[in-house]
Ligand binder design. Structure first.
Ligand code: C2E
Ligand code: CA
Ligand code: CA
Ligand code: CA
Length: 279
């Protein structure tokens, strides 16, 4: 192993370097990856549960590291947040999403939408950034509805003017907002009414056991009913089996996303799914 030289490293080899050093190294690598354009954006279908049609996609970032292979966003997003690189990553994902949503609306579905994750750190950043996004949409002749933004519940607890004005900014531009991982955080139900949110994404943890215990549908059912009363659409995440899908459909869920339909795919492969559904 030693003969393979200094370039063969692992971020977390104990004794070789401290965790802090490993993080520093990862931050530098991430910076290089952004500069050298080696982050990729994958797309996972979001299916209309009643028609079976792919109506949306979630954009999910991927890092192909020269030594380590694919690194999970769960591992590098926190590092991107503390280093500030999350802004460059978010902008990169936005630009890539815009390019594909434009093509796919033209070729396959005029109302196609791509959703983009916004971590709390980036959402709380500079307002100017979203002004640029809205400007970019207009330049590409795209309506705001071509994009939706996924935020997490915790953000709404902090009902500061900064958060409110960004949500208003999105609404004015027609950009939709989804509440991600719903049910895992503070479940701030009162905020759902207060803020203009368009979609609730039921967290995977509510979907996982749906088929094993009959009473497990009770919570998703209640969430769906409440969401509909507040005029929100519901997307179920992590749908892996037909049985989970059928139970959610019965409970009135609007959209489903998960391995049952497809894993996140590179854009060219995702496009083949759209192509196949067209005929
Ligand atoms: P998330 O937003 O909750 O994304 C859903 C995650 O669930 C994705 O993991 C997706 O690949 C995975 N998933 C989808 N369907 C299934 C299924 O049927 N079963 C199971 N077990 N998993 C499924 P991924 O791509 O590894 O992303 C992890 C997290 O990283 C995301 O969770 C999100 O919080 C964050 N993330 C990913 N891309 C971005 C990004 O561009 N910006 C930001 N800020 N965060 C991102
Ligand atoms: Ca998400
Ligand atoms: Ca989620
Ligand atoms: Ca709304």
């Amino acid at each position: 192993a030693k003969a393979q030289g200094r370039n063969r490293f692992s971020y977390f080899t104990p004794g070789l370097q401290t965790a802090a050093l490993a993080r520093l190294r990862m931050t530098n690598d991430l910076r290089t990856a952004i500069a050298e354009n080696s982050l990729r954006v994958y797309f996972q279908p979001i299916v209309d549960i009643h028609s079976g049609k792919i109506q949306k996609a979630e954009a999910l970032v991927r890092w192909l590291h020269p030594q380590r292979g694919f690194i999970s966003p769960m591992e590098f997003i926190p590092i991107a947040e503390t280093s500030g690189l999350i802004i460059a990553i978010g902008d990169l994902v936005f630009r890539e999403a815009l390019c594909w949503v434009r093509k796919w609306r033209e070729l396959y579905r005029p109302d196609f939408q791509i959703s983009i994750n916004q971590s709390p750190v980036e959402f709380q950043g500079d307002q100017e950034r979203y002004i640029n996004w809205i400007h970019e949409l207009a330049l590409q002749n795209l309506p705001g509805q071509a994009i939706s933004v996924e935020i997490t519940e915790g953000l709404l607890l902090d009902a500061s003017q900064k958060i409110t004005s960004k949500l208003l900014q999105f609404r004015d531009a027609g950009i939709q907002v989804a509440l991600d991982d719903f049910g895992t955080g503070y479940s701030s139900l009162s905020y759902l009414k207060k803020f203009d949110i368009d979609y609730l994404k039921i967290d995977q943890s509510f979907v996982r056991n749906l088929a094993t215990d009959a009473s497990d549908i009770v919570l998703p059912e209640a969430i769906i009913m409440m969401a509909h009363k507040l005029d929100l659409k519901v997307i179920a995440e992590g749908v892996e089996t037909q049985q989970q899908h059928d139970l959610l459909k019965q409970a009135g869920c609007d959209f489903a996303q998960g391995y049952l339909f497809s894993k996140p795919l590179p854009p060219e492969e995702f496009e083949m799914l759209l192509q196949r559904q067209k005929t």
